[in-house]
Write a protein that binds this ligand. Structure first.
Ligand code: BTN
Length: 250
């Protein structure tokens, strides 16, 4: 497990709060953000009791098996939708720094190795009226978890499983934060979108489940703000802002 002293030393001069056990690091980060946390400050937990995923789902990880963190950032409002690209790309880069191949991004921001989910990203914003105060960029990365026989609807894996070794969590965290800093500083650049776009598995037949509808068609492309373009079988092009992409047979 981490300790506050260890993380403070390893991540200096970054502001860091370590929680052995918390509800959700995103909640803690939003709270800290509202109290004036500095840019790049990070909340890290060994365990979450109310970890959140996208679309109202839970995010569950055994204590100490994953990186569970939220980074406080204050992007310009018009680039808010790119926050999840920053997170997904940073995770991708971190994983590839271990010479892992077969890493891709499943729209909008699941990171996979060989088609198995290894990480999820959940940016949550804090507002004062229509003024964006900042974002908690929540990231969960499976590091040392054995998913054999795990009852998950989606196939999952962990970095340690792929490398067949125990991954040092402090080292992985340092690598990840370095890449978050890198991409967060480039959030407005064409290069950010290009790097994300090239890693998206596009062109396949897919079903998008939204809260109130289901669309089936070809995931044709994605736009610089992260919107997915899905062409349904009647030829209509749909702009999908949020949802879940499920692989679909022809
Ligand atoms: C997803 O794949 O649906 C997104 C998962 C995001 C999980 C991370 S873990 C750290 C942070 N705190 C949370 O409650 N959620 C995010």
């Amino acid at each position: 497990m981490f300790t506050q002293e260890l993380l403070q030393y390893a991540l200096a001069p970054r502001a860091v709060v370590y929680e052995p056990r918390t509800g959700s690091t995103n909640d803690d980060a939003i709270h800290w953000l509202l109290e004036g946390a500095p840019e790049g400050a990070v909340v890290i937990a060994d365990e979450q009791t109310k970890g959140r995923g996208r679309l109202g789902r839970q995010w569950v990880a055994p204590p100490g098996g994953a990186l569970l963190l939220s980074v406080i950032l204050r992007p310009p409002r018009e680039l808010l939708t790119r926050m999840s690209m920053v997170g997904a790309l940073a995770v991708t880069d971190m994983i590839e720094s271990y010479d892992v191949t077969g890493v891709d991004i499943k729209w909008p921001n699941d990171v996979r190795i060989g088609g198995r989910k290894v990480s999820g990203v959940l940016p949550e914003a804090a507002w004062e009226g229509d003024r964006l105060l900042g974002v908690a960029l929540g990231i969960g990365v499976n590091l040392n978890i054995d998913f054999t026989n795990a009852p998950f609807p989606q196939p999952a894996t962990s970095l340690g499983t792929v490398l067949d070794t125990q991954v040092n969590r402090v080292e992985a965290l340092k690598r990840l934060l370095r890449r978050i800093d890198h991409w967060a500083q480039r959030i407005g650049d064409d290069g950010l979108f290009a790097a994300w776009h090239v890693r998206l598995g596009l062109g396949m037949r897919a079903t998008v489940q939204q809260s109130d509808s289901v669309l089936v068609g070809i995931a044709e492309d994605a736009e610089p703000d992260g919107t997915l373009l899905l062409r349904t079988d009647d030829g209509v092009l749909h702009r999908v802002r949020a949802g879940d992409l499920l692989p679909t047979p022809n």
